[in-house]
Write a protein that binds this ligand. Structure first.
Ligand code: HEC
Ligand code: HEC
Ligand code: HEC
Ligand code: HEC
Length: 461
């Protein structure tokens, strides 16, 4: 269901069906690769038949040993480097005044295994296959490559395993917070990381205006849209797994936005970045069709800010109150965030003020994430009611596309019955991008559909 939803909304997301048509893994299909790299081992080193390159999943064990083959055949990440050689990327490069996108660190930071982006920028042939295994699982060569194949590693109980991961530098993706933190590094962006050698990952407005698709990461739908190369039965006894991924993604997404925003403000302070950075503002506030009457004419649309001021884009922060309520975290954060939004809805905020405000939020959100990593998310039994009550309190009359879409995605968490799914479908029709568009043409808030649906879910048992 989620797969279908996501493809329906984001018109460029037809990855799954397209990927399915590709040929299964054969060694002759692999592009030529240079090996022996200091920062990573490369995905090819995981591809042995007895390791992760089997053609069929081995049943009855957690690690199914066909991860490489399944990733290569079905996962868009395997194509991320190739995307830089596409016509779209060539047009973007021309618009940006760069010779080759596949040698530009800005692009490579997200379109290859990021630990090798700098080295990749110096050579023409790919050093790894796209966004490879170590982009998400952590660099293997420095530590865990050898030890993770031993019987001792495989047989250690889950508690000890977590410690092993930590000591050996392997990222424990089983933890929903850790997992979504990894995704947002590229799907939202991140400042430079001097420990891992990863350059800044910043899809700013220059890159958007050159023709890049807008980044609208939402953990639940993106995880559902990524063909699983892991044994999903692992979670069959945890009916809250989807919810945990959703909560973690909401918090990690906003945290990444704040860290990136701080980085951008610092660039502006150093006179090496644009200010305000347009990619932080609501895209459709500038890229809107003029209409009369306009839904922005609603008397509440500008409440709390001046007409013509630039609203900070809230894609990743929209459902912060809901995520905090479900994870039992301090609701003070909501007030802090709404003060932040107010301060950023003005052209007058200096980069210095903006950076200070982002830094405070980022550090609070990091604190919350640390706590959730250690203690788990532990949603209360009545989380459905909590979520719906919180959503019902919103004034949806002037809901932006971001707000409506985030709410619709959250409602998909709790819509399983046939009539609920039919409601959901009505909702998607008001939000979907028309064919040929990568934005919500003629969007109008559909507060009635949203409110009625929320009420219906509240009364359904
Ligand atoms: C912050 C990380 C980031 C940066 C920087 C970045 N990209 Fe991307 N790019 C992505 C992600 C993530 C997607 C997939 C978007 C989605 O579907 O949600 C993508 C998608 C694309 C696509 C569309 C691919 C397709 O299959 O349709 C192209 C082309 C592209 N990027 C080229 C570039 C170029 C060229 C640059 C440098 C000028 C660049 N990107 C910089 C993360 C990034
Ligand atoms: C875009 C991120 C990403 C990339 C790239 C990636 N993985 Fe994964 N991998 C995941 C996630 C997420 C999981 C699920 C973790 C969980 O829920 O326990 C996973 C799980 C696994 C597991 C199962 C681990 C377990 O304990 O259940 C193996 C094995 C694995 N990946 C191997 C690989 C290999 C080999 C590659 C490269 C061919 C690769 N992965 C590429 C994200 C990624
Ligand atoms: C190193 C950067 C990086 C990381 C980390 C990463 N991604 Fe991606 N992801 C990309 C890029 C780049 C693309 C676009 C690839 C293309 O279209 O060629 C992409 C594409 C996708 C797509 C396909 C979107 C579409 O348009 O069809 C999904 C789904 C996705 N990623 C989910 C995830 C999830 C879930 C995680 C975390 C477990 C994750 N990604 C981690 C860079 C990354
Ligand atoms: C403050 C106003 C403003 C905001 C906010 C803004 N843009 Fe732009 N954008 C512009 C201007 C100005 C241009 C240049 C238009 C021209 O040259 O005709 C532009 C150009 C573009 C273009 C290329 C022209 C086109 O229509 O294809 C794209 C794509 C784009 N922006 C995407 C985005 C995205 C995505 C966002 C949100 C993340 C965004 N913009 C936010 C002002 C803005």
């Amino acid at each position: 269901m989620l797969l279908w939803i996501v493809s329906f909304i984001f018109s460029h997301q037809d990855s799954f069906s397209r990927a399915q048509e590709k040929q299964p893994y054969k060694s002759s299909n692999l592009p030529k690769q240079e090996t022996n790299h200091p920062a990573i081992s490369t995905s090819a080193s995981c591809s042995g038949r007895g390791c992760h390159g089997g053609s069929e999943p081995v049943t009855g064990q957690i690690v199914q040993q066909n991860e490489f083959s399944s990733w290569l055949a079905h996962d868009k990440h395997a194509n991320a480097y190739q995307a830089l050689l596409s016509d779209r990327a060539k047009t973007m490069a021309k618009n940006l005044g760069i010779t080759e996108a596949h040698k530009d660190i800005r692009c490579l930071a997200c379109h290859t295994t990021p630990q090798i982006a700098r080295e990749q920028a110096k050579v023409d042939s790919p050093l790894d296959l796209g966004v490879g295994c170590e982009s998400c699982h952590g660099s293997a060569s420095s530590k865990w490559l050898g030890i993770h194949t031993t019987e001792a590693w495989k047989n250690s109980p889950i508690k000890e395993k977590k410690a092993l991961y930590e000591n050996e530098g392997m990222i424990y993706l089983g933890n929903p917070v850790v997992q979504t933190q990894v995704c947002v590094g590229c799907h939202v962006g991140a400042p430079e990381n001097t420990t891992t050698g990863i350059p800044a990952r910043d899809a700013n407005h220059d890159i958007m205006a050159a023709g890049h698709p807008r980044l609208t990461f939402e953990s639940l739908s993106y995880q559902a849209n990524m063909p699983p190369h892991w044994n999903t039965k692992k979670y069959s006894s945890n009916s809250n797994r989807d919810l945990e991924i959703w909560v973690a993604g909401q918090i990690a997404g906003l945290s990444a936005t704040m860290e990136l925003s701080s980085h951008r403000a610092q660039l502006a302070i150093n006179n090496s970045g644009a200010w305000p950075e347009f990619a932080e503002s609501s895209c459709i506030s500038c890229h809107a069709d003029f209409q009369q009457p306009s839904w922005r004419g609603n008397k509440n649309y500008y409440s709390g800010r001046k007409p013509g001021s630039l609203p900070f884009d809230s894609w990743t922060g929209v459902l912060l109150p809901e995520a905090l309520a479900i994870s039992g975290q301090d609701k003070q954060m909501t007030a802090l965030y709404s003060d932040f939004l107010k301060s950023r809805n003005s052209f007058l905020t200096s980069p210095k003020q903006a950076k200070a405000a982002s830094d405070i939020l980022a550090s609070q959100l990091q604190k919350i994430q640390k706590e959730l990593i250690v203690n788990g998310i532990n949603p209360p039994k009545e989380w459905r009611k909590l979520l719906l009550d919180q959503l019902a309190r919103r004034d949806l009359e002037t809901a932006s596309w971001n707000e409506s879409t985030q709410i619709a995605l959250a409602l998909s968490l709790i819509s399983s019955k046939a009539n609920e799914q039919a409601n959901l479908q009505n909702l998607w029709e008001t939000l979907a991008f028309p064919s040929g568009y990568e934005s919500p043409k003629d969007y109008k808030p559909s507060s009635r559909i949203l409110q009625e649906f929320i009420q219906k879910l509240k009364t359904n048992k």
